[in-house]
Design a protein around this ligand. Structure first.
Ligand SMILES: *[C@@H]1O[C@H](CO)[C@@H](O)[C@H](O)[C@H]1NC(C)=O
Ligand SMILES: *[C@@H]1O[C@H](CO)[C@@H](O)[C@H](O)[C@H]1NC(C)=O
Length: 201
């Protein structure tokens, strides 16, 4: 893009260029938007189904997890069996996770309420699985480069690397209702630019 064209862009858009995931996809390119959110968001809210005894047994339970996809589209997490939601996942690994541009400055700078369809979000459904072998090494690099303090989390907590194995994807990127994307469409999106290891927000 020519320097003069850059000057004409609104500031929030300028901030989004060159950051992980490239620039924000236009409305309607929903698979790209889903990958953009996965590349950009540093945390997601994950809902599990509670396996605990009363109160709350069998009910949805929402929590926050730090994520990083390393540019792959796969949300990786660093989990410990001591964590309350992880205990749910050990008895029922199905989960839903949402990532939203409300995590970034984008919605606030545009004046979009977090619940506005213009404050784009992706909702995933799938199962949380431990990762092994070369995928484990990839997950570690993706997570520790983006969340450096993870390397210092208590060694006796039994931390392990996991992913949300995505089976269903919903994207809200504009008015007119939620749109669906298949995992095949999602994983076939070509990254727009090299994903940087460290984000500044
Ligand atoms: C990791 O290995 C275990 C058993 O060795 C297997 O059950 C599990 O599905 C593997 N996870 C992945 C993501 O391949
Ligand atoms: C992982 O997700 C794929 C779809 O992306 C699905 O075909 C597969 O069955 C899932 N595996 C598990 C163990 O849930």
């Amino acid at each position: 893009m020519a320097p003069t064209a850059l000057l004409l862009l609104p500031v929030p858009l300028l901030l989004l260029l060159g950051a992980p995931g490239g620039s924000i996809p236009p409305p309607g390119q929903v698979a790209r938007m889903a990958r953009f959110l996965s590349a950009r968001c540093v945390w997601g809210s994950l809902a599990s189904l509670s396996c605990r005894r009363a109160p709350g047994a069998g009910r949805p339970f929402a929590n926050v997890f730090s994520v990083s996809d390393g540019g792959s589209g796969v949300p990786y997490m660093y989990l410990t069996p001591l964590e309350i939601s992880v205990q749910d996942l050990q008895c029922n690994p199905t989960a839903s996770m949402v990532m939203t541009l409300a995590e970034t400055d984008y919605c606030r700078k545009h004046g979009y309420d977090p619940q506005s369809p213009l404050c784009c979000r992706v909702i995933f459904s799938g199962t949380v699985m431990k990762v092994n072998g070369s995928e484990e090494a990839f997950a570690k690099d993706a997570l520790f480069s983006r969340h450096p303090e993870m390397a210092d989390w208590p060694r006796d907590h039994g931390w392990y690397f996991a992913k949300l194995n995505i089976t269903n994807i919903w994207v809200l990127d504009y008015f007119g209702g939620v749109k669906t994307v298949t995992p095949e469409e999602y994983y076939s999106v070509q990254p727009q630019s090299q994903v940087q290891k460290n984000t500044d927000w």
